[in-house]
Design a protein around this ligand. Structure first.
Ligand SMILES: *Cc1c(COP(=O)(O)O)cnc(C)c1O
Length: 410
């Protein structure tokens, strides 16, 4: 493909107009929206309004007058539209890690008599850590089985309370077949928690259509909610009456402002909130989600996959370095919206690219990872990034001392 071909795709791209909605520095090609989404311009306005006007002038009155108290459910309802859930099935609270803890314990409460939490090895580690912590706490009332992905489905049995899987793998971008796995778990009476961190805002899913039970996901990746944005969780309506949160906080109480001594959980999704909602974080996230709602999720996914395909094809057609190997599925339908390559010097390669304004990231031990967020990336920019990477590999431009020095966050 020539650069002109890529520009032709941009002219025909219905999502191209979103490029101007983000605050991205000139000269940067940002291939890391899957790790930290860039700031939508509207976020700046929204934060300014919330801090100066609602907080600065409204003070504590804004819990009512600016409807702060409704924000977790209001933003949750908006995210619900992006993932095929109904209003009242999603709430914004805490971090993904904490939400997973709550829902894993909640799943055990929905399947009394079953002890096994089943999950996959090699996925994003916080998920296993959280499940290890939960089973440690519960002693012989629960056990964690963490198996290689290929072994998970066959291991679902009559003792499985819940299967915990990440829909799109954080390194390889390999996708699980959500519908098939959910059906396989249900056939054995088990529930599934889907981690949608690399899915929401990227890959079109319909939780209700596949009969999903429970899900968690991130606000700061493809939803562009800002660093440390609060996360979301989904509980299917049919599970809401019985699921128990293990974290009893006042905001999950049926009547928080009655200040009763004894806990009575709120019915509905609000029972999954623990403490006071982070209003500044919610305000930024809401601006990111509002922008995302303007784009058709199927189109978003199709463009992201096309950008990734273009990147793979241009890199491989240059054949710049035989040590570079695709570490993601070649078949687009098996992938999320990022692509990984393995290379023995992946860290230095990524640093050399960053020095040229092309920002991807490194994942140990040898992965260079690039995300293709469809709202702000153009085909021409992705073409440029691929050719810059091929140049760097061909010239071994990564082989300089400053590109080998490791920072704390990779
Ligand atoms: C990014 C990510 C998380 C992040 O969890 P935090 O609690 O927000 O740090 C969790 N799971 C997966 C699969 C992720 O990709």
């Amino acid at each position: 493909m020539t650069r002109q071909d890529a520009q032709g795709f941009d002219l025909a791209d219905p999502l191209a107009r979103f490029g101007d909605a983000f605050d991205l520095p000139k000269g940067v090609i940002y291939l890391d929206g899957n790790s930290l989404g860039p700031a939508p311009l509207k976020v700046h306005e929204r934060l300014e309004k919330v801090s100066r006007h609602e907080w600065g002038e409204g003070l504590v009155r804004s819990w009512n007058s600016a409807r702060w108290i409704e924000a977790p459910g209001r933003v949750g309802d908006k995210i619900a539209q992006l993932i095929g859930a109904k209003a009242g099935e999603v709430v914004v609270a805490d971090s993904t890690s904490v939400n997973l803890f709550k829902l894993a314990a909640g799943a055990l409460s929905l399947r009394p008599g079953r002890k096994t939490l089943l999950s996959e090895t090699g996925s994003f580690p916080t998920n296993l850590y959280v499940l290890q912590g939960l089973t440690h706490l519960l002693g012989d009332r629960a056990q964690l089985k963490a198996l290689a992905p290929a072994e998970v489905v066959a291991a679902i049995d009559e003792d499985t309370a819940v299967v915990v899987l990440t829909h799109v793998h954080f390194k390889s971008a390999q996708r699980w077949d959500m519908a098939a796995i959910t059906a396989a778990a249900h056939a054995k009476g088990a529930l599934v928690i889907w981690d949608l961190c690399h899915t929401a805002g990227a890959v079109a899913v319909d939780l209700n259509d596949i009969g999903a039970d429970l899900a968690v996901g991130c606000g700061y990746k493809y939803l562009n909610g800002g660093p440390g944005a609060p996360a979301f969780l989904f509980v299917a309506e049919r599970h809401q009456a019985l699921i128990q949160s293990p974290l009893w906080g006042w905001m999950g109480h049926a009547t928080p402002f009655a200040f009763e001594d004894n806990y009575r959980g709120a019915s509905g999704i609000r029972g999954q909130i623990t403490g006071t909602p982070p209003i500044l974080g919610l305000a930024a996230l809401e601006a990111g989600v509002d922008l995302q709602l303007e784009a058709d999720p199927a189109r978003v996914e199709a463009k992201g996959l096309a950008l990734a395909d273009l990147f793979i094809a241009e890199i491989e057609s240059r054949g710049a370095d035989p040590a570079l190997k695709l570490a993601s599925p070649r078949e687009a339908g098996q992938r999320g919206l990022h692509v990984s390559f393995s290379h023995p010097e992946a860290y230095a390669v990524v640093q050399a690219m960053i020095a040229r304004g092309i920002i991807g990231d490194f994942r140990a031990p040898d992965i260079a990872r690039f995300g293709f967020s469809p709202l702000f990336l153009s085909y021409a920019a992705v073409w440029d990034a691929a050719h810059a990477m091929a140049d760097i590999l061909a010239a071994r431009a990564w082989d300089r001392p400053e590109f080998h020095a490791r920072a704390a966050v990779t």
